[in-house]
Write a protein that binds this ligand. Structure first.
Ligand SMILES: Cc1ncc(C[n+]2csc(CCOP(=O)(O)OP(=O)(O)O)c2C)c(N)n1
Length: 300
C-alpha cells in the first residue's frame, strides 16, 4: 500500500526531533525526518560534513534519534560499507544509510560512492541536493543548474548538471530513484523499496534551500513542486534487474512536454536566477531536454 500523509503523521518513531538547528524551510531537514523516519527502527546513518551535520546539533542538543556517525567529507560510503559489513558479521540487521549533500556526493564523495557501488556494498546512499555547497556559503557544485547565481558563479553557472542518478545507473547500482520534498509519501515509498534490494542503492532528493536559492522559506514545497511540473526534475525509479525506468505517479504526465509548465515559473520565484539572459534560459531548457533524452532510453 502506498504511504499516505496520515501514515506519516502516525509514524511511531521520529528520526529528527524538535529543536533542531535547520533553517526555516530547509528541504534537507524535512526529507531527513521522513526518509530516515520511515526506517528509523533499524537505521544507522553516516553523515559527512554538510548542513545535516550542523542541524543535527551537538551535546545535549542533538536532534537525531537514530544512531549516527559523522565522517570526513569524502568518505561516507566507505564508512557506511564498513559498518554494514561489521553489523553483518555480528549478525545484526541494520539499514545503513550514507546521507550526504550534492557536494559530498556529486563531487568530493564520488570516488567512495562509485567504489561502494562497484563492490555492491549493501547500503543506501541518499543524496539530498540543494544544488550548492550550502553550509560553507553556497558555492557551485556538480549539481547546480545552468544559470544559477552562486558565490562561485556570480554571473551564472555555465556547466551542465551532472545527473548522478544516471551515473549510478551506468555503474549498475541495484536500485536508483529520484525524489522531491514536494512529494514526501513518494519519497518514503522509495526509501522503503530501496532497502528491499540487495547491493548498492541510490536516491537523489531535490531539497529546497531558501538561503542559497534566495526563495521564500514558505515556498520550499512550491518551488520543489514546480521543478517537477516544469520537467526540470524528473521523478523516476530504475532497477538493474529490469534495466527499465518507471516514472513516478506524481511526475508521469510531465513526460509529455505539452503538460509541462514553462521553466520560467520555477525560475521566477528564486532570486538565484535573477538576471538570467535569454541565452542562459535557452541553455537551461536544452540541459533539461538532455536529461529527458537520456531517461527516455529506459522508459517503456
Ligand atoms: C576535505 C574537506 N574539504 C572541505 C570541507 C569544508 N566543507 C564542509 S561542509 C562543505 C560543504 C558541503 O556541501 P554539500 O555536500 O553540498 O552539503 P550542504 O552543505 O549543501 O548540506 C564543505 C566544503 C571539509 N569539511 N572537508
Amino acid at each position: 500500500m502506498p504511504t499516505t500523509l496520515k501514515d506519516l503523521m502516525n509514524n511511531p518513531k521520529e528520526a529528527l526531533l524538535k529543536g533542531h538547528f535547520a533553517c526555516a524551510g530547509c528541504g534537507s531537514a524535512l526529507a531527513f525526518r521522513h526518509a530516515i523516519g520511515a526506517i528509523a527502527d533499524k537505521a544507522v546513518v553516516v553523515i559527512p560534513a554538510c548542513c545535516t551535520s550542523v542541524y543535527q546539533g551537538f551535546g545535549r542538543g542533538v536532534a537525531f534519534d537514530v544512531p549516527t556517525i559523522n565522517v570526513a567529507f569524502a568518505s561516507s560510503d566507505a564508512v557506511a560499507a564498513g559498518i554494514k559489513h561489521a553489523m553483518e558479521k555480528k549478525g545484526k540487521e541494520a539499514h545503513v544509510v550514507a546521507w550526504a549533500g550534492d557536494g559530498g556526493t556529486a563531487d568530493i564523495g564520488i570516488a567512495t560512492l562509485i567504489g561502494a557501488c562497484d563492490r555492491q556494498d549493501n547500503i543506501l546512499h541518499i543524496m539530498y541536493s540543494n544544488n550548492v555547497y550550502s553550509n560553507t556559503g553556497g558555492q557551485r557544485s556538480g549539481d547546480t543548474p545552468i544559470g544559477a547565481r552562486t558565490t562561485t558563479t556570480p554571473f551564472g553557472n555555465k556547466a551542465q548538471r551532472k545527473m548522478v542518478p544516471f551515473i549510478m545507473m551506468a555503474n549498475n547500482a541495484s536500485y536508483v530513484a529520484t525524489a522531491s520534498v514536494a512529494y514526501i509519501p513518494d519519497l518514503v515509498d522509495k526509501v522503503k523499496k530501496a532497502i528491499s534490494y540487495d547491493g548498492f542503492k541510490f536516491i537523489e532528493i531535490d531539497a529546497s534551500c531558501p538561503v542559497a536559492w534566495k526563495s521564500d522559506s514558505a515556498d520550499s514545497i512550491k518551488v520543489a513542486r514546480l521543478a517537477v511540473e516544469t520537467g526540470v526534475w524528473p521523478l523516476f525509479e530504475w532497477d538493474n534487474k529490469s534495466n527499465k525506468a518507471v516514472l513516478s505517479k506524481r511526475g508521469s504526465k510531465f513526460r509529455n512536454k505539452e503538460n509541462r509548465k514553462p521553466i520560467e515559473e520555477w525560475l521566477n520565484i528564486q532570486g538565484r536566477f535573477k538576471g538570467m539572459s535569454d541565452e542562459e534560459i535557452k541553455n537551461l531548457y536544452a540541459d533539461v531536454d538532455r536529461q529527458w533524452t537520456f531517461l527516455e532510453k529506459f522508459l517503456e
